[in-house]
Design a protein around this ligand. Structure first.
Ligand code: HEC
Length: 188
């Protein structure tokens, strides 16, 4: 009886190992959903570095997990930009502590609210508007040119499938009401 069960076990162990190995060999992770692809692309392309308000840490600004992708926070007072600090012989550009306001020869641009709030974010945006904004570098896909440092030229190389996935992911975020200011023209 005892001998029999040992025999059973010794036979079953190799079988179990073979089954485990086989399931590991073909058991690749399940295919990525569109939402997962969108989330991964937003991480890899680091939309947070510019579009999320930050908390200030010893390593510098880090995305504030409670307000991800909600754009430059309304009502923040920006420090003055010293004259002559930006130029061909000086600095190429500056950003504020949130890394959502960017000063350069183009003036000051403010990273937009990418959460699906209807009034202040992309709540009413269609996929076509989003794709055109990224591909053509036009505000809302049709209007004024999108200012630096939004890297739309780089992102315009994303496939239709990838752009759609990013849009689907952004639309799935919790909507955050935050009215981002309009860009400021250059001061001379
Ligand atoms: C290096 C900083 C930076 C990064 C990285 C960045 N953005 Fe932007 N983005 C900006 C700024 C600044 C603006 C505002 C430009 C303006 O007002 O013309 C902007 C504008 C936009 C707009 C245009 C909204 C409109 O006015 O029509 C969209 C859409 C957008 N970003 C999406 C994204 C997505 C999606 C990612 C990641 C895949 C991303 N951005 C990454 C800085 C950035």
């Amino acid at each position: 009886m005892i001998g029999g069960s040992i025999l059973l076990r010794t036979r079953l162990v190799p079988v179990a190992i073979v089954l485990l190995l086989a399931s590991g060999a073909q058991g690749k992770s399940p295919p990525e959903t569109e939402l997962q692809m969108g989330e991964r692309l937003v991480q890899v392309l680091d939309c947070n570095i510019c579009h999320s308000p930050k908390v200030f840490t010893p390593q510098g600004p880090r995305p504030d997990a409670t307000r991800l992708l909600s754009g430059h926070p309304a009502g923040v007072r920006l420090p003055a930009i010293p004259k002559g600090v930006i130029g061909p012989e000086a600095w190429g550009g500056l950003h504020d502590n949130n890394m959502t306001a960017w000063a350069g020869p183009w003036g000051v641009s403010f990273a937009t609210n990418l959460t699906p709030d209807n009034e202040t974010g992309i709540g009413v945006w269609t996929e076509e508007m989003f794709v055109n904004a990224i591909r053509k570098g036009k505000h809302m896909g049709v209007a004024r040119p999108i200012l630096p440092p939004m890297p739309w030229q780089a992102y315009s190389h994303l496939s239709d499938e990838e752009l759609r996935a990013v849009f689907v992911y952004l639309k799935s975020l919790p909507p955050i009401k935050n009215e981002v200011p309009a860009p400021l023209p250059p001061t001379k």
